[in-house]
Design a protein around this ligand. Structure first.
Ligand code: ZN
Length: 665
């Protein structure tokens, strides 16, 4: 067996000391710590840069709360006021339920579940919250000008307690007015049709290098006219944006090189002007910066929170390159053209030249906004379609977060419960950490960057199905290549068997285990989950005649059995070809049928069984992270002489500190 770099990573970083990964556990959530491996090896200048960018990453926290719902900030402040100010018995069921509710609001950056988008049901009655509100000092409460406690409660309590008020943050139900029925704060008094027409017109005039219309604004109707409230230094969210800009300007003084300096300057200009053209310039410059070790994202980036997929939520991540692990993704990246040329999609949809797939493994140093506490393990940016096709994209996998997930999950009983038998367990124990990482790399480095649209096809033609189809495309590209002899040749997989672990875990997740994240009676809503179920169900159905994959019973429990791994690869290839055709041609109807048929509906009986088995394990289906704390050590003149990193902060303490120190809106 060849020793690949991946094994080295996973074994060498094992338990240098007893780092406690799990911080907190409540509701369906588990909070972990991540270790910033290699921080001490950075130069003082780089550490200082990380410090400034980390402050910028925290200053935008309130923006996301407001984007997720217009009452979120006030509700958070109300809950924090009673949580910290209540002098009575804190050991009662009522107070504990309030604490869990507040912790969930922090986690979701609002009152809706971060993943399922449904409003939380508080585990305490309205009367109890009122009792607490009345017991604390009025000066601590988030009262608005001229407001009494009575009118404040009258406004906020229905939002918290009435299930019919703002029930969903993002509604994706086919056929409804998605704008009017979503609680996200991106539109006000506007119908879906009006919003679509408004931006449709802009796009029609946009030429072949369109900016991402509507990305950084709220669309409102004033005196019957549609108007954008732009998020910029002197516009909406100005106070938070000005703080961010302040830290970015400090960061500029310690940038690693001229390109990075220019990147920061353009981002500052974007925040000042709100100009999307400047944002495109920034994105292009950011792509050029591959030399810096420290890198960051700070801005309005992902549009999952907008039912129309236009408005971008605020997020930030500060990171630096993991030099060792980056060699793995560089190997993939260098051979990008080979993968493109050999993919099973129609030649008309392939890229003649795959450009600019830069790939690296990074170490996260700070998470903010929509990447905190729940976060991604891989990122591929920018999102602008034309920039991606002309200038390429940057892809990263986040090594230290994956490490934390894997370490925290070790020996929790999950695998034993759900795999079909000993053979599968051995397979997963041996290879799954490796194949899962590799699949993420293939998804990010090759999948999203592969293929092309036919001339004249609107990049948003697939509308509400676009995200699911795009994720399916990237996943399938990775799945198709996982067994390829090329990967063994490149020493990315140790042997021709390893991919089976990746296939098995993908099918088990897509057919069964991801259902633990869905409440009984609900559909699959989130794009990545829809994509995984779509792929797994499609493969199950299309291989049914030959029993390629089966759902079998073991000791009265349902399990996934893969009988023919190489046939499964062919099925993935077939579906990849079709999904790429749908994307390339902008075939909305085919996208709708695939997603609605395979990606959305849940088998209620299987769902119930999976939930019961999972519940017995007492594990949390969702995880998030507590950030480390950086402290700048200064000399007598205020110059930074070192930056230290500390991992001891607890979850609630961190959230309360952020609410105190970064409360900008
Ligand atoms: Zn993706």
């Amino acid at each position: 067996m060849k020793a690949s770099r991946l094994f080295l990573i996973h074994n060498d970083m094992c338990d240098k000391d007893h780092f406690e990964y799990t911080v907190d556990r409540f509701a369906d959530l588990q909070l972990l710590r991540y270790r910033v491996n290699g921080f001490d090896d950075l130069s003082l200048r780089q550490k200082t840069l990380v410090y400034y960018l980390s402050e910028a990453a925290l200053e935008g926290r309130d923006i996301l709360f407001d984007q997720n719902g217009k009452y979120n900030l006030r509700i958070r402040r109300l809950l924090e006021a009673v949580y910290t100010g209540y002098q009575g018995d804190r050991a009662t069921d009522g107070f504990r339920a309030l604490e869990v509710y507040l912790k969930r609001v922090w986690f979701s950056n609002g009152i809706h579940h971060h993943y399922a988008c449904d409003k939380f049901v508080p585990g305490f009655p309205e009367t109890y919250l009122r009792e607490l509100v009345d017991s604390v000092d009025v000066s601590c409460l988030p009262l608005e000008e001229g407001e009494t406690v009575e009118t404040m409660c009258g406004k906020l309590f229905p939002v918290i307690f009435d299930p019919s008020v703002m029930p969903k943050r993002v509604n994706q139900a086919d056929g409804e007015d998605l704008v009017a029925t979503s609680a996200a704060n991106y539109y006000e008094g506007v119908t879906q049709k009006e919003a679509e027409d408004f931006y449709g017109e802009m796009k029609a005039r946009g030429g072949d290098r369109p900016v991402m219309y509507g990305m950084n604004s709220r669309l409102v109707k004033e005196d019957g006219m549609l108007k954008e409230q732009v998020w910029k230094a002197d516009g909406m969210y100005g106070p938070a944006i000005r703080k961010i800009v302040g830290w970015l300007e400090k960061a500029e003084t310690v940038a690693e090189n001229d390109t990075q300096r220019k990147v920061i300057r353009l981002l500052v200009e974007f925040y000042r002007t709100g100009s999307l053209k400047v944002f495109d310039e920034y994105s292009i410059e950011w792509l050029k910066d591959t030399a810096s070790q420290v890198d960051f994202v700070n801005g309005f980036i992902e549009s999952y929170g907008d039912p129309l997929g236009l408005k971008a939520s605020w997020e930030s991540i500060v990171n630096f390159k993991d030099m060792e692990a980056t060699r793995r993704t560089e190997t993939i990246s260098v051979h990008a053209q080979w993968f493109e040329d050999h993919s099973p999609v129609d030649a008309r949809f392939r890229k003649e030249r795959v450009k600019g797939v830069s790939a690296k493994v990074i170490t996260a140093a700070m998470l903010g906004g929509d990447l905190y506490p729940s976060t991604a393990i891989g990122i591929n940016l920018p999102n602008s379609n034309w920039i991606r096709s002309v200038h390429g994209s940057k892809s990263v996998t986040i090594g230290n977060l994956i490490e934390a997930y894997n370490k925290a999950a070790r020996g929790n009983g999950f695998r034993e419960e759900f795999v079909a038998g000993e053979e599968e367990k051995v397979l997963l124990d041996k290879y799954a950490d490796l194949t899962d990482s590799l699949h993420t790399d293939l998804h990010e480095c090759l999948g999203h960057g592969s293929g092309k649209l036919l001339p004249g096809v609107d990049p948003d033609a697939l509308k509400a199905y676009g995200s699911t189809i795009e994720e399916a495309r990237a996943d399938l590209f990775g799945l198709y290549y996982l067994p390829d002899a090329k990967l063994v040749e490149l020493e990315l997989t140790p042997d021709a068997e390893a991919y089976k672990a990746g296939y098995y875990s993908y099918m088990m997740n897509g057919l069964m285990t991801q259902l633990v994240r869905i409440e009984p009676g609900r559909d699959v809503e989130e794009a990545h989950m829809r994509n995984r179920q779509l792929i797994a169900r499609w493969a199950l159905e299309h291989g049914a005649a030959d029993k390629v994959v089966e759902l079998v019973r073991r000791d009265g429990k349902t399990c996934v059995r893969v009988n023919d791994y190489s046939r499964l690869r062919h099925l993935f290839g077939e579906l990849l070809a079709e999904i790429q055709r749908i994307k390339s041609e902008g075939d909305l109807e085919a996208a709708r049928q695939l997603v609605e048929r395979y990606g959305v509906k849940v088998d209620p009986k299987l769902h119930k069984e999976v939930l019961a088995r999972y519940k017995a394990l007492n594990l949390a289906p969702y995880k998030g992270f507590v950030n480390p704390v950086y402290t700048a050590v200064r000399d007598g003149e205020g110059r930074i002489t070192d930056v230290t990193v500390d991992y001891t902060e607890e979850y609630a303490g961190q959230m309360l500190r952020y609410s105190r120190d970064y409360s900008n809106l």
